[in-house]
Design a binder for this molecule. Structure first.
Ligand code: C2O
Length: 579
């Protein structure tokens, strides 16, 4: 939400002037089988919306109502999440399976209806069940009410959507089932994609496998970049071009000049594309490329797990004429944490923010990897190492989150019968204080061990919450992209090592901190976020690596009703799916 008055005021005036113009934008999403050949492999069946990969781009104007009729023609249970949309007053439309709704069964349908009020920029949508978002995703663009003239930066001539993804040669639902049953994490992707296509470096010379951006010289372009990958933060570059970043997660930033964009799963970046002088004069063809930022530093597994082949697209100024081979940009090294941190910590809000200064609820939350015992879901449990009978798990404050099976959490909250669905004991602090990021964690190894639970943190309406997110390195340290549903938060500070309250509060930016819905907590480090819980509902907070979410890296905020009907949970829509 644009919390700054200088931004909000013109917005409010525009709203008053144009309430009558607020439109309903309506889409039908048929989710079904799509037969596709990728990487010169045989045709395979994936799950996709309207037969498209990426799926359709939703375009709305600030203040509009978005209505999406989702028809599930796929063989899988399905839900869609509108990543970054506040869902104020429409918590039943948020989409995470078993948090705000039961999934839509094959053959079923559900209509998602929500307003895009008080936010503008680039967001996206994705399925929120199993690993199906690997192919069920697309852009969601909210234009300013005043049109592109209202951009608080030089108006670009054109805009391009750039959705980054991951591709597996296998059925991703099977990968998910296998990971669940064995307790062994699914393997990393076979390729990285730009607008659904892997590009020229995967040993497949089919030109249809490379997305082409046909650009014109002397025109300015804005890229709306979305990281829709399941598990991989990415470095993003275009040869012989640089960028001016103007927004992140649909919040305007001070213009930030850089030759590399760093983007973690769940995040978006809007950037003006700046050609080098030679390009502006002569045109030509250039590679746009992504490569993983692999932040993990493992204790037992010194080798990186990612494929390090560039996913590519081509930026073409020749009108499709030239056939010369484009140059690849010089990519950062896969473990270049300094470059990632520089980008991610240097962004600031365009104008001073209204950061709430008084905090009602202080939370210190560890986030990372550990282990747990084989549970009932691990029907083919493969403990690793086999001797101690444990499998990989991830947790927050030593609680490893598991979704309920029979009733969605929001329905349980609404009906006031939470027994057997969730408990209200998510802790504000880890069970003990320890050296969270020590290179060799020799302290109490029992903390590495975690149990499965469905714990929420209950907040009174309008409370201001501050959460310190502290990475641990029991198994490995890693930069987890922590995403909060239902709200944006201010990122007050970030750093490496253990957060120290006596010295690190001095580093808080309370003036113009970046506002986001997903923060990449520095590897082996911490980030401090703050938000106001002014939206009743059940709001998932989790790592946006599906591999980690699946193994428990999440928790849920239960935000209680406010004093009025408008600030209370609405009844569920009549077509809300049943479990
Ligand atoms: Cu885009 Cu719960 O996530």
């Amino acid at each position: 939400m644009a919390r700054s008055w200088s931004l909000l005021l013109p917005l409010a005036l525009a709203l008053v002037a144009s309430v009558a113009q607020a439109a309903v934008v309506e889409y039908t999403f048929n989710v079904g089988n799509l037969s596709i050949s990728q990487l010169c492999q045989q045709e395979m069946i994936i799950t996709a919306v309207n037969g498209q990969l990426p799926g359709p781009t939703i375009v709305a104007t600030e203040g509009d109502t978005v209505v999406v009729h989702m028809v599930n023609e796929s063989p899988y249970n399905m839900t869609i999440h509108w990543h970054g949309i506040f869902q104020r007053g429409t918590p039943w439309a948020d989409g995470p399976a078993m948090v705000t709704q039961c999934p839509v069964h094959p053959g079923g349908n559900y209509t998602y209806r929500y307003n895009v009020t008080g936010q503008e920029g680039t967001l996206w949508w994705h399925s929120h069940i199993s690993f199906l978002r690997a192919t069920v995703y697309g852009a969601l663009i909210i234009k300013p009410r005043g049109g592109t003239k209202a951009y608080p930066f030089p108006k670009p001539d054109e805009e391009e959507v750039v959705v980054l993804g991951e591709w597996w040669k296998d059925n991703v639902n099977e990968l998910h089932v296998n990971a669940t049953e064995t307790g062994v994490p699914a393997r990393h992707a076979d390729a990285y994609t730009i607008n659904g296509k892997p590009g020229d470096f995967y040993g497949c010379s089919d030109p249809n496998q490379t997305h082409k951006f046909e650009l014109k010289q002397n025109k300015t372009y804005m890229l709306r970049i979305i990281n829709a990958a399941l598990n991989t933060p990415l470095f993003f570059k275009v040869a012989n071009h640089s960028f001016t970043v103007v927004a992140a997660d649909a919040c305007y930033t001070k213009p930030y000049n850089t030759d590399v964009v760093v983007i973690s799963p769940g995040q978006t970046v809007d950037a003006l594309l700046v050609p080098d002088t030679g390009v502006a004069a002569m045109g030509g063809r250039y590679y746009m490329a992504v490569i993983p930022y692999d932040s993990a530093v493992n204790n037992d597994q010194p080798d990186r797990l990612y494929s390090l082949t560039n996913g590519t697209a081509i930026v073409d100024y020749t009108g499709g004429e030239a056939t010369s081979t484009p140059m690849l940009p010089d990519m950062p090294k896969y473990n270049d944490t300094a470059t990632a941190h520089r980008f991610l910590s240097n962004l600031t809000a365009l104008v001073p923010n209204r950061v709430p200064l008084a905090v009602d609820t202080h939370m210190f939350v560890t986030a990372g990897m550990g282990d747990t015992f084989c549970g009932p879901e691990q029907t083919r449990c493969m403990p690793n190492p086999p001797i101690n009978g444990t499998i990989f798990a991830s947790s927050m404050n030593n609680a490893s989150f598991i979704l309920p099976k029979t009733t969605s959490m929001l329905e349980a909250m609404y009906r006031g019968s939470i027994a057997g669905v969730y408990t209200r004991d998510f802790p504000d602090t880890p069970p003990i204080v320890f050296d969270y990021t020590a290179d060799e964690i020799e302290m109490n190894k029992t903390l590495k061990h975690t149990l499965k639970s469905t714990k929420v943190k209950t907040l009174k309406y309008n409370q201001t919450v501050q959460m310190v997110l502290q990475n641990t390195r029991f198994v490995s340290k890693e930069s987890h992209p922590m995403h909060l549903h239902g709200f944006n938060f201010f990122v007050l500070a970030q750093g490496f090592g253990n957060y120290d309250e006596t010295t690190d509060t001095a580093k808080f930016n309370l003036v113009d901190p970046q506002e986001r819905n997903t923060v990449a907590v520095p590897t082996g480090g911490w980030a401090v976020i703050r938000f106001v819980a002014d939206n009743p509902g059940m709001w998932f907070m989790h790592c946006h690596f599906d591999a980690h979410l699946d193994f428990g890296l999440g928790m849920v905020f239960e935000v209680q009703n406010g004093p009025t009907p408008e600030t209370s949970l609405p009844p569920p829509p009549s077509d809300l799916p049943q479990c």
